[in-house]
Write a protein that binds this ligand. Sequence first.
Ligand code: HPA
Length: 283
Amino acid sequence: MNTNIEQSKKIILERWNGETPKLAVTLGSGLGDLVNSLENATVINYKELPGFPVPSVQGHGGEMHIGTLHDMPVIFLKGRVHLYEGYDRAENLKVMIRTLKAIGVETLFLTNAAGSFNPEIGPGSLVMINDHINFTGTSPLVGLNDDEWGPRFPSMDNCWNSDLQTMLQDAASGINYDLKKGVYLGCLGPAFETHAEIKMMRMLGADLVGMSTVSENIVARHCGMECVGVSSVTNLAAGMSDEVLSHDGTLYWAEKNAENLASLIKAFVKRYATEGGIKKAAA
Ligand code: HPA
């Protein structure tokens, strides 16, 4: 096993004495307060975990919080990195996700901020990701394959697990939240898209656009973890409104959406706890 992963695993297991969490949730912009809902939490700064990403973007922290929620152990990953931050980021991402796998995490709940292509699903909406288009022009799996973790040519079938989607829809219904669903198109960034690019992406069948998540999903699927994801819509895509897109605008709406998203995540955790995790048949 990669020494960074081995060491990170050792540090996490030394610091967390409870039952191993099966679920990890990435908390994007605005969601940081969710960590306060954990009981008996252990906080580990990414800087203490060899090979873990240290985020550079404002609004994206860098801490692992392990604790219990609805009597179930869960990991909250506060802050994360994006490929546009540099070439070593794919490596950091692999260390982070494979360390989760190594300690026994089975499900990764990914959240992100996204632009929407549907005027009826504007800022303030939450959308469950039911499939994605990797438009980053690269893959975190480029390079020699690490056979220990997964195959050279992993299947992307069911990359957003259908049972987990049902669980999330049920969780949303349970809190009377009208959760939409859509296809997320992941770009490299960091520039927002041109109007012509947005026209093209709509034709390609995407509903949402963002600069994260597809890489995390690919690494997780490669090593056999199941994924579920939600986009927090912070804007209509470039050219679809008068707004000039900015990171401040993204943060503004991410904060506003955070309360609903936090409620949805908590409702999902409750269901996941009640159902005892993901059905083995689907894994
Ligand atoms: N494009 C890309 N990334 C984003 C957007 C967008 O419109 N909104 C939030 N993240």
